[in-house]
Design a protein around this ligand. Structure first.
Ligand code: PEP
Ligand code: MG
Length: 536
């Protein structure tokens, strides 16, 4: 057979070589009893068993994986999910039929959602559906995946991912899928290459294939020339990883000696587990919305305080920038964000929502003021558009400070800065009385180019290198020099070695990126000659 090139959308980088393994939908072999009370009892038992199976997997998992599985257990335990199935059983349907029908309807509504976040959650529901069906049919309908396989599927349920042995390599090729699905997050965290949106893969099991997760390409039955080029790229990548590891805990500096401050982005304490603080010069972004989970139970003051305090203690004197809640847009929180906004990215998100819900925001500010006692804390406000928003936050922080003082609580006042994510804020930067600025390039790019950050079809327009975006970055960076206020960048671009030279040329000297990207980012900085192009 001639070589077949498959091109999709990258969802997790990395190289893999192996043979194809098609994951087929599970088939259920169950004989119905024609007795509605027995059917209902069987379904109830299968749901409980599925919750136990997933719960046991959650106990063996950590961090994001454990949270995602706990979310599945909570969904299974919610009677609203199975209500429709039990009604159908009453009417005479078999348990498996009724369950499949009820879940399929739910999955369809998730798949049809405007928001990519909700579309991505449909894989969790499929996972739940299949696990219950598996228990209804006595279990064992899941085919074991040979370790090292290149898995082909329409989408991959997260619990299925976690049940696969990835120690021998392997990769995932999905005909559909989403880069913000749980399985994509898990693949990135485990270093499993993954490509989505590939359409149908027409070749049978056991066909040899090579996968380049970063470029979103897979070659079935690769020619010798393609394989050779692939191996060269893989070797180059391994060699770069080695060099990146060797510079990871050294201070970042350009090839011609300009020091660069390198901070990390985190979403919670899990990200700091086993991480050496000497990797970075501090924390540049804590995305606190992940602490707020899926809602509706929001974390209380003490819970928040302890989390913030532990982050500050981890940093051992290095600055820690905690962003106030940035719910809304692609980060909905049940019971907090507004449902049904026609365009959530242009709606009540970030500071707009915090100011609209002062009773919740006040709790976060109080926790931050208490945590500030333990080290150099910086509080950062997202999605600021006009100066009065920042002033309103400053005023609320002042009030919280006085209340805590009068209650006899020890507090300290942290620096108060803002994100530059809205083009209006970038253009009018000198109007804002912020102690520091951090450019959120993910949102700044989408708002400048009118290309949604979660819409694959316009991904090529949403480019940091667009001259308008670079001009805005330059403007903010040069204002920072003039007004002596720190300007950093904490969007994904800060950890992208191919973009770092442009960011430094635009005048930035502080970047913040995910911990796993720091080595590659420092390597890119060390190989770049800033010369006279530094924008200062
Ligand atoms: C950004 O917009 O670049 C940013 C860092 O914020 P988030 O990605 O959390 O919206
Ligand atoms: Mg943002």
């Amino acid at each position: 057979m001639a070589e077949l090139r498959l091109a999709g959308r990258p969802a997790s980088p990395g190289f893999a070589e192996g043979v194809l393994f098609h994951l087929v939908e599970r088939s259920v072999t169950r004989i119905a009893t024609n007795d509605s009370s027995r059917e209902a009892a069987d379904l109830r038992r299968a749901i409980a068993d599925a919750a136990q199976t997933i719960g046991a997997l959650a106990e063996k998992s950590e961090g994001e994986a454990a949270e995602m599985l706990a979310f599945q257990v909570a969904m299974l335990e919610d009677d609203a999910l199975s209500e429709g199935a039990f009604i159908e059983i009453e009417k005479g349907s078999a348990a498996d039929q009724a369950w499949r029908q009820a879940l399929d309807a739910e999955i369809q509504s998730y798949r049809a959602a405007d928001d990519e976040y909700f579309r991505a959650r449909s894989a969790d529901l499929e996972d739940i559906r299949d696990t219950v069906l598996d228990h209804l049919s006595g279990g064992g309908s899941v085919l074991a995946v040979p370790p090292g396989s290149i898995i082909v599927a329409r989408d991959l349920p997260p619990s299925r991912f976690l049940g696969i042995d990835w120690s021998k390599g392997g990769a995932i090729l999905l005909s559909e899928g989403s880069p913000s699905s749980h399985v994509a997050m898990l693949a990135r965290a485990r270093g499993v290459p993954m490509i989505i949106g590939l359409g149908i893969v027409p070749t049978p099991d056991a066909t040899p294939v090579i996968v380049d997760g970063a470029s979103g390409e897979a070659f079935v039955e690769p020619s010798e020339t393609t394989r050779h080029a692939f191996l060269m790229r893989q070797r180059d990548d391994q060699e770069k990883s080695g060099r990146a590891a060797s510079v990871a805990s050294k201070p970042a500096m350009t090839a011609d000696g300009t020091p660069i401050t390198m901070l990390i982005n985190i979403a919670g304490l899990d990200d700091l587990e086993g991480l050496d603080p000497s990797l970075c010069d501090g924390i540049g972004l804590v995305r606190t919305e992940f602490l707020f989970g899926e809602g509706p139970d929001l974390p209380d003051e003490d819970t928040q305080y302890h989390v913030y305090r532990r982050m500050i203690e981890w940093a051992q004197g290095r600055p820690v920038t905690i962003r106030t809640l940035d719910a809304g847009g692609d980060k909905p929180i049940k019971g907090l964000t507004i449902d049904g906004e026609s365009n959530p990215f242009l709606g009540v998100r970030g500071v707009r929502l915090s100011l609209a819900r002062p009773e919740i925001f006040r709790i976060q500010l109080r926790a931050l003021l208490r945590a500030a006692v333990h080290g150099p804390l910086k509080v950062m406000v997202p999605m600021v558009t006009v100066p009065s928003e920042l002033e309103a936050v400053r005023m609320m922080m002042g009030n919280a400070f006085h209340s805590l003082k009068s209650e006899g609580v020890t507090v300290a006042v942290p620096a108060l800065g803002m994100m530059i994510e809205v083009p209006a804020a970038a253009l009018a930067v000198s109007h804002f009385n912020a102690d520091f600025f951090s450019i959120g390039s993910n949102d700044l790019v989408q708002y400048t180019t009118a290309a949604g950050r979660d819409i694959g079809a316009v991904a090529s327009l949403a480019d940091v290198r667009h001259p308008a975006v670079l001009r805005l970055i330059e403007l903010v960076a040069s204002y920072g020099v003039e007004a002596q206020r720190e300007v950093s960048l904490c969007g994904d671009a800060g950890g992208d070695p191919t973009l770092i030279p442009d960011l430094l040329k635009a005048g930035l000297r502080t970047l913040s990126a995910a911990p796993g990207l720091i080595g590659r980012a420092k390597l890119a900085i060390s190989e770049f000659h800033l010369g006279q192009s530094g924008g200062r």
